[in-house]
Design a protein. Structure first.
Lengths: 300, 300
DNA sequence: ATCATTTGATCGGGAATACGGATGAATCTT
DNA sequence: AAGATTCATCCGTATTCCCGATCAAATGAT
């Protein structure tokens, strides 16, 4: 069984024109080529589809039988292709991106808005989750890619470096550290500090940087907004990456860079190895990569 | 837009095999040819449909999108073709034949039964009607062909001679004519006779044969069965073609040939000019033609 | 680290197919 | 009767298609 859309188109054209020469013209074919095309269709079908003399062209009963299905098939075909091309043109589609909460709240929204403005037909989904769930979502294919930190055990994921996010100290204006000029991480941690949850990338990063010397935190909270509140209330200090600072730019709080070798949190775009993204997904991926946060501190 | 079933089949094969070499084998193609076929489909679609490395073949998001429609299209195509081939093989179809009442009751049924036994999938329809409606049905395309007599004004119909149907006299055993040896038509018509309706082919034929000399009939009835009853009741004689005699073979009735030049009623298979019959229709047409009633009198 | 294996892509020549112009045959019109 | 229209056929050319061989990349075993 071999049937091409050219044959079906020729068939329909001939049904409508009832004239080989005109139908051929409509299909951008010479009359002999068109005639052969109809014959090939009849051969395929095993039945004569048209009664033709030099003066009349008419559907046979069997040709009539084919007419409905032929039109249906043609529209189905063109719908299928159009649907694909729509996806390709990002007029439709769906992109699911996983992002660390710190990024999902600050950096990401504006870019998502820009993407949406450009491709309004694409449905966007953001999973704001801490590192482990983020990576799981990508590994399971539920998210197209993630904006997150790396983890050692990512065998079937691959990361594209996006940004090095340096850490800052946040404390209250009246805190003793607020007036100091150069603050090392170790010094800061002598004070009571408020940590994010153990499975958050910020916390993991800090613990990795300090090794066993990490002093226990005063409090562990899930959301950065809570951290803000606690610092403002004078419960302690916080150590957070630059990209979350927008949450702390509030009166009464002081943001100070840390001196010394404090490794930055390295952020990546993370996707499945050997898997291409959907066209829409790739477009967002590229947009995010091209708009990696500027790096004021110059740390790579 | 040009899309062939070969491309779709290749696509589905690759989706299922996830391996070019095996999928190519399944399509009875070499691997390079198969590869090119997939590429042509991707070109047509405008999207990459598979992620392929030398080790893995996987559907892209767009490929996934196509999978459902591809399978649907393939089954629709093969259904359409199968339907046509069924018609060609007379496994399906519909034949509508118009026949004069005299034929529809006597000669036709057995042949229809034979046809039906051979092609049980074909629906049969018989219009038993007098000459004018018979021809109209064919002219309007509502019947595929008719078994009937000709009429002068059949410009767009064409007739294939089937059978010359000689006339016989039917009368009661105790009728004076019953014992006569040679009876001429004119002699017979001196007796009261029972005629069929004016628009019946039998009546038309008689009037044409006799010209203005046609004596008026005693009675005009629509159905031959009524004629039988009337003759049996002694109301008069009847003049009917041989093919209707089965209706008169009853005790107490005598059937006698007419001597002299009595033109036979000429029966034809009548179809639209320059129109092919459906495959099933042609088959029945041929069957009827091949089984034209034997002609005992030898009259053409 | 090195090498053999697997597998998809590419290349090149030969076969099959498709195409268009000219021609032929049938039919309708004038 | 002649001309016009139109579909089928023929035939030389151009294109496409297909296969075998080869290449290149990735993988896995040693």
């Amino acid at each position: 069984m071999n049937l091409s859309s050219r044959q079906l188109k020729a068939f329909v054209a001939l049904v409508e024109e009832r004239n080989f020469t005109r139908a051929a013209k409509r299909c951008h074919l010479s009359q002999p080529a068109f005639s052969a095309l109809i014959q090939s269709l009849e051969q395929e079908a095993g039945v004569r589809l048209f009664d033709r003399s030099t003066r009349h062209v008419d559907l046979t009963a069997e040709g009539h039988e084919l007419e409905t299905s032929a039109r249906g098939l043609l529209t189905d075909m063109s719908l299928a292709l159009e649907n694909l091309r729509d996806h390709a043109a990002k007029r439709r589609g769906r992109v699911s991106v996983a992002a660390l909460p710190s990024l999902a709240a600050g950096w990401l929204p504006e870019l998502l808005a820009r993407f949406h403005e450009r491709y309004p037909g694409v449905t966007l989904q953001v999973h704001d989750a801490v590192l482990d769930p983020c990576l799981d979502l990508v590994a399971r294919g539920e998210a197209d890619f993630a904006v997150a930190a790396l983890r050692p055990d990512m065998s079937d994921l691959e990361g594209q470096f996006l940004h090095a996010d340096p850490f800052f100290l946040v404390c209250r204006q009246d805190h003793p550290l607020a007036s100091r000029d150069r603050i090392r991480l170790r010094d800061a941690l002598k004070w009571p500090w408020i940590a994010t949850a153990r499975n958050s990338s910020v916390r993991k990063h800090l613990e990795q940087a300090l090794g066993d010397e990490t002093p226990s935190a005063l409090l562990e909270v899930a959301h950065l907004a809570t951290v803000t509140g606690l610092v403002k209330a004078g419960m302690g200090i916080a150590l957070v990456p630059a990209m979350t600072l927008f949450q702390f730019e509030r009166p009464g709080l002081v943001i100070k860079p840390l001196s010394g070798r404090v490794p930055a949190r390295r952020l990546y775009l993370i996707r499945r190895r050997r898997r291409s993204l959907s066209v829409a997904g790739q477009a967002l991926y590229d947009l995010l990569l091209a708009n990696a946060p500027s790096n004021p501190s110059g740390v790579e």
